[in-house]
Design a binder for this molecule. Sequence first.
Ligand SMILES: Nc1ncnc2c1ncn2[C@@H]1O[C@H](COP(=O)(O)OP(=O)(O)O)[C@@H](O)[C@H]1O
Ligand SMILES: [Mg+2]
Length: 326
Amino acid sequence: MTWSNATRVLIHIGDAPPHGRRFYTTKYVYRDNYPDGDPNGLTAENVLKKMQLKNILYYFGKINDSTDVMVNVFREIIGSFPATYSSIFSSITLTTTLRNSESIYSLQRKKLQINPNEPDWTAHPEKTGKLLCYIPPKTLAEVKDKDYFIKSSFTKQDISFKLAPQPFSAGAERYAYFAFDTSPERANKLVVKKYHNIKKGTIEMYLESVEISNVADFLSTKFNIAAERVGVNKKVTFIDVKVLYNGTDNTYYSVEEYINNAEFKKFNVNSGLITEFHSILEAFAHFTYQYTEGYLVVYDLQGADFHNEFLLTDPAIHCIDLEQQT
Ligand SMILES: Nc1ncnc2c1ncn2[C@@H]1O[C@H](COP(=O)(O)OP(=O)(O)O)[C@@H](O)[C@H]1O
Ligand SMILES: [Mg+2]
């Protein structure tokens, strides 16, 4: 019971009941040298309750009928056995999701020191670059057209900005840096994202984030209209993502508005696990499937929970067309 891994599954396979009359029918009595129970004082209550307390997922694999009485006694003590396919799956997914930034992804990542504080911008040089984005799709047919973004032209805009030297956070795939748009008409706080894996630092990867954000935004607009019709007024909104071309050192990033005054939360993850349940977000994910007639699902919903809206970023799209899946 001192087992300390986050996911613990005990698979117990047995062909005979334990010591003690209560665990078998009279026909097995003659086989038990300790009919009064375990000679060392171990009781089923003690062991099973401790296991339950430690969230150990227990499964019993039956080989013959001799353990049927035992199984009933165990069930009286702990209810149904907790180790089912879905409980094991959820436990593993939750463990890996909540720990991913420290463990499983760290191997493939170029390690950078995280600094959670926004820099003093006066001490940093101004850079110039361009913001690139697509003309967003306006119909479902455009969303389903796999050449839509390939055919689409970019809009380009000049930008002058400052970029923090160290990231303030990291996800499974990218580092997030504070940036500041120094163009006088905007002057707002931004987040610049770079892939851990330098080979993924090509413009294509960053354009993909823009495509995902455009599709998610299109569907959220449709969802908000449908939700309002049935009296739901809290909106689902996606942050507009653009590609930032840094003309000063000839590199690409993705860039978006910084979510101010709110905790950044993960609401659900790609594998289907819900980490913080909100009926509106699950309804939105379901809506994306219904509205696109089973063509895609938007999931991996994360961002901020404000009073009147969920402001989201970095969603994933699961699409039946593999070329579009991201
Ligand atoms: N717009 C934002 N505002 C504030 N924090 C953000 C924003 N976008 C990302 N972050 C922070 O940066 C982390 C990594 O960003 P994310 O887009 O989730 O990268 P990944 O693609 O690796 O999952 C997030 O978990 C969050 O802490
Ligand atoms: Mg993320």
